[in-house]
Ligand binder design. Structure first.
Ligand SMILES: [Zn+2]
Length: 265
């Protein structure tokens, strides 16, 4: 009896460990941190415009909608919007020309499309709501480095590793494991990291979407260079990458606000 119980548990654990990851975004907390930080940089004009679209829903909470709807097959067409896969070894010009010739629906070409819908006087409230929720989410994803990663390993989803002894993969390390390790709620997280210098703010605000992709891509190259499959990640990885993680979350929030402010300027 005891053995069969143990066996059942072992089988269950094995099944769970082999379930494919369907996580393709910063986890819930990461997206909310980006939205929460963006709120603090909105002009009063854009704050009003956002409220007229989302009502009482904050940017932080609206950010998770594009992940929630993945359970509804009507929205399957949105699944490729969360990322753009790039080949390794490209320089800045290589990344730019790849982005501008790659015509599949991806994060790079969908962000400007959401901006256009929000700017268009003829868009309905329903269209604006969907476009804004997607914009908040996609600008977040743009700053999750593994969303500009390689096609051959599905953006790191096939690079299996352990995180403090638990099976995970490189994509999920960046979506969730590193963020959850900080043990902060999204509001605590935002308050902790939202202290950019004036120089940082000015530099981050003037970049284009393609420059943001390149920035993320450079981080990805470093991430790939520092791990190999089956590595056991833990304290050292957190120590080496937590600053990069926090800066990406902060940049995402600052840039999201900048894009929204520009729409309603
Ligand atoms: Zn996403």
């Amino acid at each position: 009896m005891l053995i069969s119980k143990k066996l059942k548990v072992a089988i269950l654990i094995a099944i769970c460990a082999y379930l494919p990851s369907n996580v393709f975004a910063w986890g819930m907390i990461g997206h909310r941190v980006v939205g929460q930080i963006a709120e603090t940089y909105l002009t009063s004009k854009s704050r009003k415009a956002v409220q007229s679209i989302l009502g009482t829903e904050t940017l932080a909470i609206s950010s998770n909608w594009p992940d929630f709807i993945k359970s509804d097959s009507t929205f399957n067409y949105l699944s490729s919007w969360h990322y753009v896969n790039l080949p390794g070894g490209l320089d800045e010009q290589g990344v730019f020309s790849y982005l501008n010739t790659e015509k599949s629906a991806n994060i790079y070409n969908k962000i400007p499309e959401m901006v256009s819908i929000l700017k268009d006087k003829h868009s309905t409230l329903e269209q604006r709501k969907m476009a804004l929720r997607l914009l908040v989410h996609l600008v977040g994803d743009l700053h999750q480095p593994m969303h500009t990663a390689r096609k051959e390993d599905l953006g790191g989803n096939r690079v299996n590793l352990t995180w403090f002894g638990n099976r995970t993969n490189l994509h999920r390390i960046w979506d969730e494991n590193l963020i959850e390790y900080q043990q902060l709620s999204y509001t605590e997280y935002a308050a902790t990291i939202n202290h950019p210098s004036k120089v940082q703010l000015a530099a981050w605000r003037k970049t284009s979407i393609q420059q943001d992709v390149f920035e993320s891509y450079q981080i990805v190259n470093k991430i790939y260079d520092t791990v190999k499959p089956d590595d056991k990640l833990g304290y050292k990885y957190n120590f080496d990458f937590v600053d990069t993680l926090n800066q990406q979350l902060l940049k995402g929030g600052v840039r999201l606000a900048e894009i929204i402010n520009e729409i309603y300027s």
